[in-house]
Design a protein around this ligand. Structure first.
Ligand SMILES: NC(=O)C1=CN([C@@H]2O[C@H](COP(=O)(O)OP(=O)(O)OC[C@H]3O[C@@H](n4cnc5c(N)ncnc54)[C@H](OP(=O)(O)O)[C@@H]3O)[C@@H](O)[C@H]2O)C=CC1
Ligand SMILES: CC(C)(CO)C(=O)C(=O)O
Length: 299
């Protein structure tokens, strides 16, 4: 099948590898071309068979002929993917949104595409360490909605290392992933530390307090959270490879723009709409916005 991945970063690179290894034709749509894509797992690197393209006019096949397009830019860059989407998407195309947050459909709605948008929840901890070089740290799960399009997307990944889960309670699962992103991403990005930061008792307490607000907002938004969500999120960090960080930490370290408005910002916005106070998340959002507005110093 003809597939394309927009954004050759950590997640785009990893998913491109899975699609290539499942036997699909993969076009990697990039802003800055590089020679080859490699994926490193457990210290071993392998080359990924994908065509690297930096101009929509160089895509193979006719306009709108992709079977699957994966959008794997940061959320704030989704609008800039428009020329790629317009070239790739036809009425039969599935558009997989491989991004964090809970507002997947809204991000592409303005582009008015004729294909089918499929939100997803990505549990893949990966890092782009150089252009075209992806390191996979841990976890390889993709959660898709329990509908026809979600199942069709799942079939593309066949017998790869990626574990595809079809989730009937997709809204709850999406909010559950957001819970982990409103703690790990801001705290690692603000402290410039990796997951080992959660061994600090005061940081774990801050995480618990951020989670209490986000859980209340998620419940008001319709997420069916049980008891023990706090512990589940924080335990997940204890089990994480302590050398891994978060996508927001990697952006800060590289002097790139941050995704805070779509993670912590999504909780604060929903809290305002639903009448749930989120003072701690609002404070974290203010700090992240200030960091994001600082003059960019590229390392
Ligand atoms: N990394 C992780 O462990 C995880 C990340 N996520 C989520 O996945 C999503 C992607 O994150 P991640 O892979 O980490 O991000 P990265 O920054 O590693 O990769 C994003 C890529 O998108 C590219 N890009 C941006 N705009 C365009 C465009 N218009 N055309 C082509 N390419 C473009 C960037 O290009 P350039 O190289 O030019 O900057 C970059 O290579 C985010 O929503 C993140 O929150 C979810 C789970 C885990
Ligand atoms: C931290 C992690 C891997 C899971 O919470 C993530 O989703 C991210 O880096 O954006």
């Amino acid at each position: 099948m003809k597939t394309a991945v927009i954004g050759a970063g950590a997640i785009g690179g990893y998913l491109a590898a899975m699609l290539a290894e499942a036997g699909h034709d993969v076009s990697l749509c990039v802003r800055m071309p590089f020679d080859e894509l490699t994926l490193e797992e457990e210290g071993k690197a392998r080359k990924v068979s994908a065509r690297i393209i930096d101009e929509p006019s160089d895509l193979p096949g006719g306009s709108g002929s992709a079977d699957l397009v994966v959008v794997a830019t940061k959320a704030q860059d989704t609008a800039s993917a428009r020329p790629w989407l317009e070239a790739l998407v036809g009425s039969q195309t599935l558009i997989l949104m491989a991004q964090n947050g809970v507002e997947h459909e809204e991000r592409v709605a303005a582009i008015q595409l004729s294909g089918t948008i499929v939100p997803s929840i990505v549990y893949i901890a990966a890092e782009r360490v150089a252009p075209g070089r992806i390191v996979h740290h841990y976890s390889s799960r993709l959660i898709l909605p329990d509908d026809v399009a979600g199942r069709q997307v799942g079939e593309f990944f066949g017998e790869t290392k990626l574990s595809v889960e079809i989730e009937p309670e997709f809204l709850t699962a999406a909010w559950r992933k957001l819970l982990s992103n409103v703690v790990a991403n801001p705290i690692t990005a603000l402290t410039l530390r990796r997951m080992e930061v959660f061994q600090d008792e005061a940081i774990r307490q801050l995480g618990m307090d951020l989670l209490a607000e986000a859980i209340a907002v998620g419940r008001a938004a319709g997420a069916k959270f049980g008891d023990g969500e706090h512990e589940r999120v924080l335990d997940q960090y204890s089990r994480a490879n302590s050398n891994s960080g978060s996508s927001m930490l990697y952006d800060r370290l590289a002097g790139r723009r941050l995704e805070h408005e779509y993670l912590t910002g999504a909780v604060v916005r929903a809290g305002k709409r639903l009448g749930i106070p989120t003072p701690l998340n609002a404070a974290i959002l203010a700090l992240l916005s200030a960091v994001d507005r600082a003059p960019i110093e590229r390392p």
